[in-house]
Design a protein around this ligand. Structure first.
Ligand code: HEM
Length: 421
């Protein structure tokens, strides 16, 4: 993937939205975003190989863009990426993305309906026992790891994958395969995940082909032998009285499989990193597990693992005092909106007691509001609760390492040492 290069005359700060490396140092990233909210909250960014866009950094404006789905549309290019990503899909003969976040209007609503019941609060509540069982299983692994581990890779990632696999109803033996697939898709700019490939784009192409083979086999199996899992709902789902199109079905699987675990595991590892940096808050949580719910909100505000989405402007519109013409593109910066000093008290401070964490925009808003928000919240508070319950003490055993990727990212390594109770 070529390094992004800004067009001459562009504000260099625009780089923070597209340069993967900028997400490797979030402290610096947030310093620049803070400046932008003050000086240029609607910033024109033009870079070689990218569709020019307006970076939206204030809470109020991200809120407005998300709410006004009559003006700001999702399209096949909703996930901010260099144009070559889309060209490459064509070259490889693969369909352009058609997941929920790439659909708009009534088409989106019809596809969302296929799984909506699965993700309603009452249905998600029924998953609690399974989530607890999986959390117990991973927390028990602490006993075998001899007092030191990488919380991100040893606990958060496999736990979140197991939960999503349980929802899908696919076998445990495919866990590692699914993990590699997701990292191939979202972490493709990170050299650690390149494996045999030299070019991240080849990795993305290969990853999508593998997803396709895997899910085609799963669909055939669930059509022949329906069960009560999400894979069965998707394989046998209908839109306008007909089965889901081949491309839509593939992309539906991909979004639930991928959006469902990297995001949550980044919140878990980034959350523990902050709790270790604030031992008084960690202690408070140990003493009073009833605080886990509000701690989870703060963790998800703070980590904001989905970094942005694109929306296409359908008519000339004024946003934050700037006229944005029809046909232009805006980028919603969730991590920046979540640190807006006009909305959050002392936003650069991690504080599980803050009264305003419910204003978080990490899950977006409006018709595309995260389908899995309730699952994610349950996962974070359950694993964290069990982890604190099982350990007598925990310390950071090395620096936290962030994934240098611009779309979904966070703490990928969190070395810790611990003593069990
Ligand atoms: C902390 C964890 C998570 C974060 C921060 C997150 C964030 C997001 C964001 C920002 C969006 C787009 C919202 C918008 O455009 O307004 C989204 C959409 C979505 N998320 Fe999540 N997500 C998380 C966990 C999950 C989980 C666990 C699942 C599945 C079990 C999931 C499935 C989806 C789906 C299917 C969509 C598309 C919804 C639509 O377009 O209608 N997410 N998520």
């Amino acid at each position: 993937m070529p390094e992004p290069i800004l067009s001459p005359g562009s504000d260099p700060r625009g780089m923070i939205f597209i340069h993967p490396e900028s997400f490797g140092d979030m402290e610096n990233w947030h310093e620049i975003a803070r400046e932008l909210r003050r000086d240029a909250p609607i910033l024109r960014v033009e870079a070689e190989g990218w569709t020019p866009f307006w970076a939206i950094t204030r809470h109020e404006d991200v809120f407005e863009v998300s709410r006004r789905s009559d003006v700001f549309f999702n399209t096949e290019q909703s996930a901010p990426s260099p144009n070559i990503t889309y060209e490459m899909l064509d070259m490889l003969g693969l369909e352009q993305p058609r997941t929920l976040v790439h659909l708009h209007g009534s088409e989106h609503d019809k596809y969302r309906k296929v799984t909506n019941d699965w993700f309603k609060p009452a249905a998600v509540k029924n998953l609690q026992a399974a989530i607890e069982q999986i959390a117990d299983e991973y927390v028990e692994k602490l006993a075998d790891m001899g007092g030191e581990c990488d919380f991100a890779q040893d606990l958060a990632v496999p736990f979140a994958i197991r939960v999503i696999m349980t929802i899908f109803g696919v076998p445990r033996s495919d866990e590692r395969f699914m993990m590699e697939l997701t990292q191939g898709l979202f972490g493709s700019a990170d050299p650690e995940y390149l494996g045999e490939f030299t070019d991240p784009l080849e990795l993305v192409g290969s990853t999508i082909s593998k997803f396709k083979d895997y899910f085609e086999a799963l669909t055939a199996e669930r059509r022949a032998h329906p069960t009560d899992d999400l894979a069965t709902v998707l394989a046998n789902g209908e839109v306008d009285g007909a089965p889901l199109g081949e491309a839509e079905l593939l992309w539906y699987y991909i979004i639930v499989a991928t959006a469902g675990h990297d995001t949550t595991s980044f919140s878990l590892s980034g959350g523990l990193e902050q709790l270790l940096a604030h031992p008084d808050q960690l202690q408070a949580l140990r003493k009073d597990p009833a605080l886990l719910g509000q701690a989870t909100e703060e963790i998800i505000r703070w980590t904001s693992p989905v970094r942005s989405f694109f929306r296409w402007v359908q008519e000339d519109v004024e946003l934050g005092g700037v006229l944005i013409p029809k046909g232009d593109v805006v980028l919603t910066s969730y991590p920046s909106a979540n640190r807006d000093e006009d909305v959050f008290i002392d936003p650069m401070n991690f504080d599980i007691f803050r009264p305003d964490s419910d204003k978080l925009l990490s899950f977006g808003l409006g018709m595309h509001f995260c389908l899995g928000a309730q699952v994610a919240r349950r996962e974070v508070r359950t694993l964290l609760g069990k982890f604190l319950d099982r350990t007598a003490s925990v310390e950071l055993a090395g620096p936290a390492v962030y994934t240098p990727t611009h779309f979904v990212s966070g703490v990928k390594h969190l070395p810790i040492s611990y003593k069990l109770k």
